[in-house]
Design a protein around this ligand. Sequence first.
Ligand SMILES: Cc1cc2nc3c(=O)[nH]c(=O)nc-3n(C[C@H](O)[C@H](O)[C@H](O)COP(=O)(O)OP(=O)(O)OC[C@H]3O[C@@H](n4cnc5c(N)ncnc54)[C@H](O)[C@@H]3O)c2cc1C
Length: 414
Amino acid sequence: MAVEGIVIVGGGLAGATAAKTLRGEGFTGPVTLIAEESHHPYLRPPLSKDYLLGKAGDETLPVVPEGWYRENGVELRRGTPAAEIDAEARSVTLRDGTRLEYASLLLATGARPRTLPVPGSGLGGVSTFRTLGDSRRLRKSLSAGGLNVVMIGSGWIGMELAAAASAYGNTVTLLGLEEVPLAAAIGPELGGFFRSLHESKGIGFRLPASAAEITGHAGRVTGVVTNSGEILPADVVVVAVGVVPEVSLAEAAGITLQNGILTDASLRTSVPGIFAAGDVANALHPFTGQHHRSEHWSNALNAGKVAARSMLGQDAALDTVPYFYTDQFDVSMEYSGFPSLVSGPPTIRGSLAAREFLAFWQHDGKVVAGMSVNWPRSDKPQKVIKALIASRSTVPPEVLADPAVPLDQLLPAA
Ligand SMILES: Cc1cc2nc3c(=O)[nH]c(=O)nc-3n(C[C@H](O)[C@H](O)[C@H](O)COP(=O)(O)OP(=O)(O)OC[C@H]3O[C@@H](n4cnc5c(N)ncnc54)[C@H](O)[C@@H]3O)c2cc1C
């Protein structure tokens, strides 16, 4: 093949990790990373947590140090979106007209926040939340405290932003379509745990409720009218109602889509030479035999590595147990597993009231997901949960719940 270069579209965690892995694996050919944003690739999880709270600075955000790209011969083109793929000619054209040929192309275009189609959503003080710029702007407006903040969306980002806004001394009300926040992800019992945590800090909930209209004066938001007609005063409104995978390039190139870009376990798309990774990819998982599209940090990290190895022709598969975490007030939660396999309520070890517990979800007696909340790290709870899931071993619920059984003894003997 005349062209041996690799082009990566999307300067997020998946794209930057793929570039790093290519060099780590000894690939010496040309690597170009196309980033729509003007920043060097950065991590998003701190944006709604310590960075927003002013407890972490800019230096904590880069995926790799800014000098890494130059030092490793990776051409990082910032502020230049890719506009078109010619799969036949194996080339990508950027919005500035530059045409790049590739031997392999990785699409790591992530996801975009869903917007709210209600009157007033364009008013000043109303925003979605995804980028470093969003976090900086929100920090600036929240940090003095004393504002009325309405959070629309009761998922992870809405709950984290509500916690941060409240920690700054603002009055926070959260609206969501679910009866219980986070119930779709972790079920009503544990969603209720997070709701109680937030209520104990003074956050008000309207559930289930939606925003019918956002009101304003002189171009700035003044309130949110709910579907029941209640008027919530608001100086700041954040719309955190989920994301949609950014598939426009892939769609125009005729790549098969299904809840994102459909890939096999090696992250190959339906078009030869084109791979997809991160939030945008709906990848076949060898453990379940189902496709999973994850919107979590560890998936972007692992998928970036796997895509790089696949593009180098190695036998690589995205077969890790999915993992994510959240920090809200003094609660640190980690979760590993396959929510799609969960079929009933969890077994709890520890105490929800004391905010220190483990939750295990089972299917046919096998552990398929597990969560740890403020659990001592010395017990390595996530390592045990992942190993339990991967072992497909059956454990009686009463044993999972029994604090007298050390965690590592839950694992089958080697
Ligand atoms: C505020 C926030 C908090 C989060 N917290 C957590 C957490 O606590 N735990 C957790 O597990 N996960 C968390 N996540 C999720 C995690 O950050 C994402 O799963 C991860 O960022 C996905 O990485 P990605 O590289 O696939 O996509 P992205 O990070 O979305 O990066 C994709 C990049 O591609 C760019 N792009 C799109 N189209 C083009 C184009 N045509 N040309 C060039 N560039 C393009 C986009 O501008 C973007 O910069 C959080 C996400 C957010 C937004």
